[in-house]
Design a protein around this ligand. Structure first.
Ligand SMILES: Nc1nc2c(c(=O)[nH]1)N[C@H]1C(S)=C(S)[C@@H](COP(=O)(O)O)O[C@H]1N2
Ligand SMILES: [Mo]
Length: 221
């Protein structure tokens, strides 16, 4: 699964260590919170016009043949979708801002994709399924609570500003949870696992905050 590495293993470890050090030192923290109704830019963020690329340095090529989207675990009706089956589900357009823990935000991204609620409605979470773990093709994982995933502005997106989401940004299909820092939005998503108990993911076990609300500046914790 990690056969598509684009930077050497050693360099990748260094990058991960540096971000872990930042988390330990509380870098970029302003120590303030803000109300999303009162201001559009969360505390400590700066507005950019582009869309930076941030990942582990592995950018897997998920061809239509390799694509599978599973929604399983604590659900009544596990789903395992091919790309054509995913694309045949009801599609929704949305617009949202993005906020990355490394301090950049950008506004008014136009997305198209399938809503989290559409998928959850089909899979039917079992009582007691309170947590979600995203598993990606590069081995990355990240976790949210089910109520954070089961929200009207959460989508599995395939199109950004009218173009297919590129490989570097997690295409063909990535998660989009706009109200949380972007590390919660898994690129190249492969599996959505519902669970009774929480399980911190890649960055959450390396010093990042479990909840990741930019308005509360939950960068590290
Ligand atoms: N599969 C996968 N998803 C991932 C990551 C990753 O390394 N692998 N990095 C996360 C982090 S730390 C960030 S900030 C965003 C960056 O998304 P972008 O590169 O499209 O801006 O993706 C998140 N999702
Ligand atoms: Mo990140």
């Amino acid at each position: 699964m990690n056969d598509d590495a684009t930077i050497p293993e050693g360099a990748r470890e260094k990058l991960i260590e540096r971000k872990q050090d930042w988390a330990r030192d509380g870098r970029l923290l302003t120590g303030t919170t803000a109300d999303p109704q009162a201001q559009r830019l969360p505390p400590g963020q700066r507005l950019v016009k582009d869309w930076p690329v941030l990942d582990l340095g592995i950018q897997p090529e998920v061809t239509p043949q390799k694509f599978r989207l599973d929604l399983d675990g604590a659900v009544e009706n596990p789903l395992s979708l091919r790309l054509d089956e995913f694309m045949a589900l009801p599609q929704v357009d949305s617009v949202s801002d993005m906020h990355c823990v490394t301090q950049w935000s950008n506004y008014d991204n136009r997305w198209r994709g399938v809503s989290a609620r559409e998928l959850l409605g089909r899979a039917r979470p079992k009582p007691g399924a309170n947590h979600v773990i995203f598993h990606a093709h590069d081995g990355y994982t990240t976790n949210v609570r089910l109520d954070q995933f089961d929200a009207p502005d959460v989508f599995l997106v395939h199109t950004w500003n009218g173009e297919p989401i590129s490989r570097v940004h997690g295409g063909p299909v990535r998660v989009l949870i706009p109200r949380l820092y972007l590390w919660k939005s898994a690129k190249w998503v492969r599996r959505i696992e519902l669970r009774a108990s929480d399980r911190p993911g890649f960055w959450e076990t390396r010093g990042y905050h479990n909840n990741a609300d930019p308005w509360l500046e939950e960068r590290y914790g």
